[in-house]
Design a binder for this molecule. Structure first.
Ligand code: BGC
Length: 750
């Protein structure tokens, strides 16, 4: 017995001595040379369940330095970082703030797992680009990619790793404030824009100039009933597959790192808890390998939806559906460990989610250099650089849509004395929307500044005409009229404040305000030519002012370079080339109004008697301005639409060609648009569907033959189960400069 004991003691001592001699090895997860998956596996087996839940916890951050160090709430969050209970912050920005928190995570938490910093960089970080809806009106995919690239570059230079963009929600409802964040009403075009935005934001994620993107809001959030934010969605499966899902898919196919759940229900199930959406469609059908993040509080909000009884149940349902990171509702950090211990959730489910968070931290190089994105000199050099502003100007010019130009009152003559009217022509705050990241309205060029810089201060007489809330009074109107009487031309900026564009900015009334209409009527009495600029983050109902102006220019919300871009358009230094990607309703009661609707059982004739047809008694069916519409200072004539073959089999191709002539007197750009209609199919198809476009530049008097190649892919659609269908039958092919005025040829798929 004693012998045995001494042998055990000897062995223990030997082991200890041996252990002391053993060189201290770096854990595999910290070995930059090891493969990412090996590093993740190593790290996972070192993590406690609480630390895993922490990685899935994303909190609203804010400021942690300065007076904030005395703030109990903020210091509580810092303590959570120390304890490994936070995987990501949103709304902590700038090198100083992000570095400060990263240091705590790296140096004071047990495993030193870096934090991911996220922020809504929607259309620029410091250099503010046009709102995404406006940008989409450029039909310029390379420029759109550049714009997103600059937004990413600035954000990355400011310590950020991740943005919640692009929004890929198709919407037909301009009452919804968030239409400003998307690419309009068309699925085909929206898909191309989504992919361009993802590519611009992410690059290859192998440098410090790009950030992770998050495709949102998955899915169908753009279909919120009556355009009311956070409202319900109820769409058919065919609509889901054909109209709403393709842009998210295009973004995923373009490599989007993350996808955000939407707030709404789909088929009666909150999207965050939808096994169908997350597991079946996103992960299984589309093969998405990235991270799924909730929308703000959307895991917790499974409860008010009436789909979970309490927070624990909500946490369970979100993870069971395949969703992963919890933005702000804190239900995972509270209940995930318990749910696993009780056997309701498996460690495999948790590890799958956590490993996707860790993957991007490794991929961005944060384990090897946690301060890669924390270079103050780079931050200073990158933000709001002259080069970035030059791109923002290009983007803004090409976003503007010329809606009306009677008797060619535009472009302006160089010698014009201008009466500039409108509170929003000067108020920089109102030129900026809700999603301006760290942009500052003061950095922007107002319309007043832009015009004055070009025409001279003495030639631009400014009067506000109405107040901040768009109401007016006798004095404001008479001042504007007096100014107009002394001018050669009136430029009146109307619309709504940019602050009414974005989340939680739904409006039931999108008519031009009464005060502004009154102002325009008074200005019209002067007999001076009137040019109206519309400042708005959505298409507004312009019917009432349609006849009060000689020219109407839809300026949207253009960002930092507003005044310079508008001046370039008004003077003709840039010939307008934008085409609207959302229909402009004739009246609010017409909404939703969109070009790619179905035909109904009783289509109303374009003109003449519409009795007992699908129509309104008081207004036309057509929008005031259709999808794809926008004027130039020149004109384009279309002729000779033809097909290489009038029939094609399923594996074939057909070339569609058309001759486009610049028949006016300015060089200019045109967006040549190709639409199809599937006449009969196993499910009803839209009256027109965009399937191709080319933005061409033509010198005055020149012509070009524009060609498109269509294949089976362009003629196919989805059934209600998400299967691709390519069905023989008759089609129509249309080409034109907008969705309404097109040439047409028949075609058959054999
Ligand atoms: C919005 C998202 C946004 C998130 C984070 C939510 O309320 O719906 O689009 O990315 O907040 O700010």
């Amino acid at each position: 017995m004693r012998k045995q004991l001494s042998l055990v003691c000897f062995l223990a001592v030997a082991q200890l001595l041996f252990a002391q001699k053993k060189p201290i090895t770096t854990p595999v997860y910290k070995d930059a040379k090891a493969a990412i998956n090996t590093r993740i596996a190593d790290l996972l087996q070192r993590m406690t369940l609480e630390e895993k839940a922490g990685q899935l916890n994303q909190l609203n951050g804010g400021v942690f330095t300065g007076p904030a160090v005395n703030d109990a709430g903020q210091m509580g969050k810092v303590q959570m970082v120390r304890e490994g209970k936070i995987g990501s912050f949103l709304n902590v920005t700038g090198v100083k703030e992000t570095r400060n928190i990263q240091k705590v995570a790296i140096e004071e938490s047990r495993l030193g797992i870096p934090i991911l910093f996220a922020f809504d960089v929607i259309h620029g970080y410091k250099t503010i680009f046009p709102i995404p809806l406006a940008e989409a009106c450029s039909w310029d995919l390379p420029q759109i990619e550049i714009n997103s690239g600059i937004a990413a570059k600035e954000a990355a230079a400011a310590g950020l790793h991740w943005t919640f963009a692009p929004m890929c929600d198709i919407s037909n409802d301009p009452r919804w404030g968030r239409v400003m964040e998307g690419a309009g009403e068309d699925t085909y075009y929206g898909s191309l824009v989504a992919a361009a935005r993802v590519k611009g934001l992410q690059g290859n994620l192998d440098d410090v100039s790009h950030i992770l993107s998050s495709v949102k809001h998955f899915a169908a959030y753009g279909a919120v009933e009556a355009g009311r934010e956070y409202n319900n969605v109820d769409v058919s499966r065919t609509a889901l597959w054909n109209k709403y899902l393709p842009p998210y898919k295009a973004a995923v196919d373009a490599g989007a790192a993350t996808v955000m759940n939407s707030f709404n229900v789909v088929d009666g199930v909150p999207a965050s808890a939808s096994h169908f959406l997350v597991e079946e469609v996103l992960k299984k059908k589309w093969g998405f390998k990235g991270l799924v993040v909730s929308d703000w509080g959307s895991f917790g909000e499974i409860i008010p939806h009436g789909y979970a009884v309490d927070e624990k149940d909500a946490a369970y349902k979100a993870i069971s559906a395949g969703s992963m990171m919890d933005m702000e509702s804190k239900v995972l950090v509270k209940y995930l460990p318990q749910l696993v211990k009780e056997g309701k959730l498996t460690m495999k489910q948790v590890d799958d989610a956590v490993s996707r968070v860790l993957y991007f931290k490794f991929k961005l190089g944060l384990f090897d250099d946690p301060y890669r994105f924390s270079d103050e000199a780079r931050e200073t050099a990158t933000l709001f650089s002259a080069a970035n502003r030059a791109e923002a100007l290009k983007a803004a010019r090409s976003s503007i849509v010329l809606l009306k130009n009677q008797n060619n009152i535009l472009p302006l003559k160089k010698t014009s004395r201008i009466a500039l009217v409108g509170y929003y022509a000067k108020s920089k705050e109102d030129m900026f929307d809700f999603w301006i990241a760290n942009g500052s309205a003061n950095d922007a060029v107002s319309v007043q500044e832009g015009l004055q810089a070009r025409f001279g201060k003495g030639s631009v007489d400014y009067t506000p005409g109405y107040k901040a809330d768009a109401s007016t009074d006798d004095r404001l109107v008479s001042d504007a009229v007096a100014s107009a009487s002394n001018a050669d031309v009136v430029i009146a900026v109307v619309g709504i404040s940019g602050k009414l564009a974005g989340e939680e900015r739904s409006l039931a009334n999108i008519n031009i305000a009464e005060g502004q209409v009154r102002l325009l009527k008074a200005l019209q009495q002067t007999g001076k030519p009137i040019i109206v600029l519309v400042n708005s983050g959505r298409p507004m109902v312009l019917t009432q002012i349609q006849d009060l102006a000689g020219a109407i220019v839809q300026c949207w919300i253009l960002g930092t370079e507003t005044g310079n871009a508008v001046t370039d358009i008004l003077t003709g230094a840039y010939n307008p080339s934008g085409k609207t990607v959302m229909s402009f309703p004739y009246a609010v009661g017409q909404i939703p109004v969109y070009y790619n609707h179905f035909n109904t059982n009783r289509p109303a004739p374009e003109t003449g008697d519409g009795a007992w047809k699908s129509r309104y008694r008081d207004i036309p069916n057509n929008p005031l301005y259709p999808f794809g519409y926008g004027l130039s200072y020149t004109t384009f004539d279309y002729s000779g639409l033809q097909l290489s073959n009038a029939q094609m089999d399923k594996n074939g191709k057909v070339t569609v060609s058309v001759s486009v002539k610049n028949s006016g007197s300015y060089d200019g750009e045109e967006v040549v648009q190709l639409y199809i209609r599937d006449i009969t199919a196993s499910v009803v198809r839209p009256v027109k569907e965009l399937k191709g476009f080319r933005k061409i530049w033509l010198k005055a008097g020149d012509s070009e033959t524009v060609s498109f190649v269509l294949s089976g892919k362009d003629l196919s659609f989805y059934d209600g189960d998400g299967n691709v269908k390519l069905e023989p039958g008759k089609f129509k092919i249309f080409v034109g400069g907008d969705s309404k005025n097109t040439l047409e040829v028949p075609f058959e798929l054999k």
